[in-house]
Design a binder for this molecule. Structure first.
Ligand code: GTP
Ligand code: MG
Length: 320
């Protein structure tokens, strides 16, 4: 790619000849500007399916409440009633969750925080949908449409937990759910305990990231398939991001003192993390490939700690 400089030499490093550079976020996000065919199709299908439903659930990732929201969502939803759900709260920072809750309250946006593994917030979903549709449901009742259940579609980015949530609400494994993006390939209706009919849909990402950090954050959290990314670039960039917001947790996990970390470039910190884990190649250098897989995996499973990478707008403005 024109102008793209790798952050480290691809060949074996020789002391003092080639100083590895920090990877600029701009260059990584260029690499992850993408829009696979089936996702473009999914967006079209979602727009079509909207005519079949009474409301939509927008399922986002509580670790990245901004980047996991599709900027085209309002346009896609039009006047359809919708409920925002921030999922995976067992992986996100509890203090950030509180700040986001306050933020949504302050702007008058109904948002529910859930976790499909711990069950947090799951029982609030159906009552919230009934509340959202209460006038429509009253009309059904007036017309004697007893068996007509509210129809709700669930939309969101890849890997945000849509199918897992459907299964959780259904109480059985009806929809295929796996820890990789792009698992659901087509729409699937599931009836939830005679209370609503839920339409599971394939995840969609948007064609272009307005903010270059969006692509990176989607990559860190596992919304973009690792196979199409340079895992090492993403992992070094994640290392830098985590050190900025959660230095204590990062250093503690990988047995690095805060003083030692202070003077290191991100790639040096990354190398030290790998070395401390014993991930070495011959010659005693860090095994970048293994360290990358490990760091991404430990971040995604909250082994380093429960972390949220995006704060509500007013805190962002203060650069917190
Ligand atoms: N910790 C945690 N993991 C979750 C939660 N919800 C889903 N997951 C995990 O996230 C991964 C993706 O879940 P899916 O339900 O397949 O996600 P999806 O949104 O349907 O993904 P696509 O069909 O690819 O768009 C799985 O490994 C789930 O176990 C949650 O609330 N907390
Ligand atoms: Mg799915």
């Amino acid at each position: 790619m024109a102008g793209y400089k790798p952050y480290r030499p691809k060949k074996k490093k020789t002391e003092n000849i080639f100083k590895p550079q920090e990877i600029p976020a701009r260059e990584v996000s260029k690499v992850i500007q993408w829009f696979p065919g089936h996702m473009a199709k999914a967006k079209r299908e979602i727009a079509q399916s909207l005519s079949l439903v009474d409301a939509a659930i927008e399922l986002c990732d509580a670790r990245i409440p901004i980047s996991s929201r599709n900027p085209q969502i309002d346009e896609i939803l039009g006047s359809k009633p919708s409920l925002l759900i921030l999922n995976k709260t067992s992986l996100s920072d509890p203090e950030s969750n509180m700040r986001w809750k306050e933020y949504y309250k302050s702007i008058g946006k109904k948002a529910i925080f859930t976790d499909c593994i711990t069950g947090e917030g799951i029982n609030d979903i159906i009552p919230a949908i009934r509340e959202l549709l209460k006038e429509k449901l009253a009309r059904f009742e007036e017309k004697g449409m007893i068996g007509r259940l509210p129809r709700v579609m669930i939309i969101g980015i890849t890997n945000s937990g849509k199918s897992t949530l459907v299964n959780k609400l259904a109480g059985t494994r009806r929809a295929k759910a796996e820890n990789r993006p792009g698992v659901t390939r087509e729409n699937q209706w599931v009836t939830i305990k005679s209370s609503i009919e839920l339409l599971d849909t394939p995840g969609i990402l948007w064609p272009k990231f307005e903010d270059e950090r969006t692509g990176l954050r989607l990559a860190y959290t596992g919304a973009i398939r690792d196979e199409i990314l340079d895992r090492e670039d993403i992992a070094v960039s994640l290392c830098k991001t985590l050190y900025k917001k959660y230095p204590r947790e990062l250093c503690e996990r990988y047995k690095i003192s805060l003083e030692e970390a202070e003077n290191l470039m991100p790639y040096e910190l990354f190398e030290l993390i790998g070395k401390n884990r014993g991930f070495l190649v011959s010659g005693g250098e860090t095994d970048y490939a293994r360290t990358s897989v490990m760091l991404l995996d430990e971040f995604r499973s909250a082994k380093i700690g429960r972390m949220t990478l995006e704060e509500p707008p007013e805190r962002q403005a203060k650069n917190l």
